[in-house]
Design a protein around this ligand. Sequence first.
Ligand code: SAM
Length: 221
Amino acid sequence: MARGRSGSGQRSGRSKPSNPYRKPDRFTQQAKDEGYAARSVYKLTEIQKRFRVLAQNQRVVDLGCSPGSWLAYVAQVVGGRGLVVGVDINEPKVQPGPILVKSVLEVTPDELLEALGGERAHVVLSDMAPLTTGNTDADHYAQIELATRALDLATAILAPGGAFVCKVFDGEDAHAFVQRVRASFAETKRVRPEAVRQNSREFFVVGKGFTGPSERVGAEG
Ligand SMILES: C[S@@+](CC[C@H](N)C(=O)[O-])C[C@H]1O[C@@H](n2cnc3c(N)ncnc32)[C@H](O)[C@@H]1O
């Protein structure tokens, strides 16, 4: 997520290296120039370029949508006849469609389907991350809980053939999570977009061709 610039952004040769999370990079600058609420948008634009998960007129659910860069981008792609529904514990700055301000651990499939106008979703996205503690294992388990909830919601509301894009913090349970995605989608890929910070353990799993929650339990490739 985008963070503010501190000071001039210039470093002298004698100063300590800055915190990598606070250092403005080309994606932060690009997001500012293009009017997006967060640099995270470029993770999704790369995924879209490579896997074509989004298309005009689709119904899309964005879990963990605040501050709203994915919402803004998805709204452009799906256009005026599409629909994007967002869920987050924090209200996003951008609201191109219905927003449920609550935890994904509380939101129900029925609430999402209602926000979708009673129709199933073509795509479910999740860029959810917990507040990180610095304890890699604890952060991994907390994030996998969110990713697992995202997958459960996706399998409850996706239309056959639908797609799922989900952030994962790598760690002990990541492989099992990817296997669960693989069991419900015809095609599954792991991807680490260029905009992911170098020191981050995150990657994305992209599932295309939703087949249903219990088909194709196969090996990870
Ligand atoms: C990396 S940010 C998402 C950035 C967003 N994709 C964008 O482009 O603006 C992660 C989001 O996950 C949300 N989140 C964390 N735990 C959540 C939960 N239990 N339910 C819903 N959202 C949650 C956070 O509030 C935060 O807004």
